[in-house]
Design a protein around this ligand. Structure first.
Ligand code: HEM
Length: 462
């Protein structure tokens, strides 16, 4: 395999070209960005939207340098921090000592033991979400067509909402929350990709409108927190209770209500879209590759028979994990991660002056032919332990890397495996002819239009 390296002198995309392509970049960034990298090299300078100078890279060595080896010099850029305007100052957007203090406080909430407790709840939510599909299939003679992105979004959202807040939200509230999050994200991405539109968006009152939506989001969540605090007796074993009960080591004090609110919103946001999109792509890939689905089913039947999986079963189902990992390689829900150089730095002779905006193009790393032979092919066996040992560090990083590695990584992998197994127990998932399935990279990488798949009922015991 060809090594991927960054040259000492940064090749630059001509500014006029990046300006000319700015609409194309806003509409469909992945082909434009990949095209630049294929033409100019694995690490390039370009003007985002024709305006903002950025260093863009798919070199795993440079990405490791930024995210891990010299991470202290690379806080998140204002691109991530700008999200705080709409989503508050939770873990994802926090920086420096405050971030470290919050991370230490919250990390234990994601330990194995708590995850094991949450899996029963996950399985119940999955069953609830699949029940209408089972009913529809029965009514339609054993098979129904399903918009999988919608189904996976509803499922992932209910899983995280119940993991954080336990008590079921009403259907209306769930939908309102989900819509608010989608709208805020879409607006924020637009202001980033098309910075020249900002004055116009301001004149049209769009910032004020979205600030009001963000306030509505906070008010909704605040209501849950207040209701929980008023409940007598010990609270349920969920993530909100964990946020309310943890104490800072130095002061012994709990978080303030606004801090709990910030963290709860961030868990909801970070733990919803990403898993939903990962799962949607997973079904797309399995429907296109029935031979892989058959292999997975054989493993599942051998280990579980007809019963539903438990947390303890997952290590006996390695192929299920490999399928999930390969789906996250081909369609990394977080397709780009950004940082800013706080001081002048250097990587293998490449100058990284203070203030440089660095965009780590995770999608590009995962699709690099120098790192992944035949990169567009869906091959879960790439993740067999022996094959993985051949990979250089940071060739695979759907959950990021370094100290800011996704706190929900194990949660997400468990959730995705459980959804995968529960759906496969009940259904054969079949491809349906439809227009080409395209990507829509917002903050996370989702399908442009929903993907319709056939769900054919199988007879299973409990
Ligand atoms: C397939 C699903 C997921 C993917 C691909 C994913 C990916 C990522 C990535 C790449 C980062 C690092 C961003 C950066 O370095 O700038 C991150 C951070 C984070 N993720 Fe996830 N994530 C997923 C699921 C989840 C879930 C389920 C939760 C919560 C339950 C979660 C909570 C978070 C939080 C709180 C952070 C910020 C951590 C910090 O900065 O300390 N994620 N995620």
């Amino acid at each position: 395999m060809t090594p991927v390296t960054s040259p000492p002198a940064l090749p630059r995309v001509p500014r006029l070209l990046s300006f000319r392509n700015s609409w194309a970049l806003a509409a469909d960034p992945i082909p434009v960005i990949t095209g630049y990298l294929d033409t100019y090299g694995d690490t390039i300078g370009l003007h985002l939207g024709g305006v903002r100078p950025t260093l863009l890279t798919r070199d795993p060595g440079l990405i490791q340098h930024v995210l891990q080896k010299n991470h202290r010099n690379y806080p998140k850029s204002d691109i991530s921090q700008g999200l705080a305007r709409y989503l508050g100052h939770g873990l994802l957007t926090a920086e420096g000592n405050y971030w470290l203090q919050q991370r230490r406080l919250i990390q234990p909430g994601f330990h194995r033991q708590r995850l094991a407790t949450l899996t029963e709840l996950m399985l119940d939510v999955i069953d609830e979400c699949l029940a209408p599909v089972v009913a529809a299939a029965r009514q339609q003679g054993g098979r129904t067509e399903v918009p999988v992105h919608e189904l996976m979004t509803a499922t992932a959202f209910r899983i995280i909402a119940r993991s954080v807040f336990s008590t079921a939200m009403s259907e209306d509230e769930l939908q309102r929350l989900s819509r608010l999050l989608t709208e805020l994200q879409a607006f924020y991405v637009r202001t980033l990709r098309q910075p020249y539109l900002r004055p116009w968006l301001g004149l049209r009152g769009q910032y004020g409108h979205h600030d009001r939506l963000a306030a509505e989001l906070r008010q909704l969540i605040r209501g849950y927190i207040q209701r929980r605090k008023q409940q007598p007796g010990p609270g349920p074993d969920d993530l909100l209770q964990m946020l309310l009960e943890v104490r800072y080591e130095d002061t012994g004090l709990p978080m303030t209500d606004e801090q709990v609110l910030d963290e709860a919103i961030i868990l909801l946001v970070a733990g919803h879209e990403t898993s939903a999109n990962g799962l949607s792509w997973l079904w797309y890939l399995l429907a296109r590759h029935p031979e892989e689905a058959a292999r997975l089913r054989a493993e599942m039947t051998a280990v579980l028979g007809a019963r539903r999986p438990t947390f303890a079963d997952l290590p006996q189902l390695p192929y299920a994990l490999q399928v999930v990992q390969e789906a996250l390689r081909l369609y990394p829900p977080v397709w780009m991660v950004d940082r800013r150089a706080a001081r002048d730095d250097e990587y293998n002779g490449l100058r990284l002056p203070q203030g440089t905006l660095i965009s780590a193009y995770l999608y590009g790393v995962h699709h690099h032919a120098g790192l992944w032979p035949d990169p567009e092919a869906f091959r879960p066996a790439r993740f067999e332990p022996e094959a993985l040992r051949q990979q250089p560090p940071y060739a695979y990083l759907p959950f990021g890397g370094g100290p800011r590695l996704c706190i929900g990584q194990q949660f997400a992998l468990t959730e995705m495996q459980l959804v995968l197994l529960q759906v496969l127990r009940r259904f054969e998932v079949e491809w349906v002819e439809q227009p080409a399935v395209l990507m829509r990279p917002l903050i996370s990488l989702r399908p442009r239009h929903d993907i319709r798949l056939g769900f054919r009922l199988r007879e299973v015991g409990e």
